[in-house]
Design a protein around this ligand. Sequence first.
Ligand code: DGJ
Length: 309
Amino acid sequence: MSNAICPGKVWHDTAGHRIQAHGGCVFKQGKEFYLFGEDRSRHNRPDCRYVGCYRSTDLVHWRFCGEVVKLKNPDPKFFTENWILERPKVLYNRFTHRYVMYAHIDGRGYSIARVAVFISRTIAGHYHFLRSFRPLGHQSRDIGMYQARDGKAYLLFEDRPSGFRIVELAPNYLSIKKSICLIHQHLEGLGLVHYRGLYYVLGSHLTGWGPNPDVYATAKSLRGPWSQFRNVAPPKTKTYDSQSGYLLKIVGTRHTAVIYMGDRWNPRQLWNSRYIWMPLKIGGGEMQLPKPHCWKINIRTGTVSFPPR
Ligand code: DGJ
């Protein structure tokens, strides 16, 4: 097992199985990181959709905690045969002491465009499906989430006719409180981070499973105004053959790292899709994804290092 994160390489969990957490997110609790994502294992039951959960203290070695979602089609009339559950995101609600998961739920041809909401008492326990809905009535496909220090939580979602939206969740996170911003850019695979006084939002253009040049913008407030969108990597690399999904911030004693978590999808074998995780160069309104290669991070100090190739 490697002692570094090697983007694009097959990544095994501590039991030797391929990590199945595509389109996912990482949530930190105490000293532990929890990775949630789409479990696309070949042995999955065809009538169920799964979210896998893994635990780690160093972001390199991940122990499988189980399938925290194993959902049968919650409404077959609505979602039809080839329904999907994609891009799960998890937050902890310190007011209700519950873990809340949002995901994109959809039917054939991605025409239903809703979010699904799940709730759990424990971080790696069973996430109970509550309901699905369109946020404030808008179409919602790819989602992202962001939690502020004051406990407010935000959902980002691609709204096909208009661009993408940022909305604030209700205090219990189970519904939408209000609209924050509509950004007239058709982007998906959305990630958001706050770094040294600026919000950075990152997303990909709409090209299905195929990669494209991902772009980012910055703003002092979630309401905007947002800067022009700019490429996060040289455009001809198509984001080094990956699609953005999540921005993970690690605040260490010496350094704050922001990690790009993207997917290199393999649409014919989604189980064989790879992870492109890489520390970003970020600051002063600029964000750049370096060419992916192996790296590791000292979680305590936040310092990133690159083992010799
Ligand atoms: C792009 C999205 O980002 C993915 O999550 C997935 O929905 C594909 N489209 C399907 O083509």
